[in-house]
Design a protein around this ligand. Structure first.
Ligand SMILES: [Zn+2]
Length: 89
């Protein structure tokens, strides 16, 4: 029987595609960085790290679509739009 620690080494990862970054998972705070460039990883409007503009937009659309009474979102609301523009300018 395995007696290895049950503690899982968690990494920061893209909320949309799962790409891993340097740093701890978003809920632990502290920031995350792209492994190659060491640039800070942007945070989505709804929380969570995102690796690209496309992933940022997708997370927003998923979240907007999951809101009570909302249909499937096909465009960003103003809050998301501002956040995406700021993250990837
Ligand atoms: Zn991603």
């Amino acid at each position: 029987m395995m007696t290895a620690s049950t503690e899982v080494v968690e990494k920061a990862s893209c909320r949309n595609c799962g790409r891993e970054f340097i740093g701890k998972p978003y809920r632990f705070g502290g920031g995350a960085w792209f492994p190659k460039t060491m640039e800070a990883v942007p945070v989505n409007y709804f929380g969570g790290y995102v690796c690209s503009r496309g992933c940022d937009v997708q997370v927003c659309l998923n979240m907007l679509s999951s809101m009570p009474g909302a249909g499937r979102a096909t465009s960003l609301d103003s809050g998301c739009e501002t956040s995406v523009a700021r993250n990837w300018s």
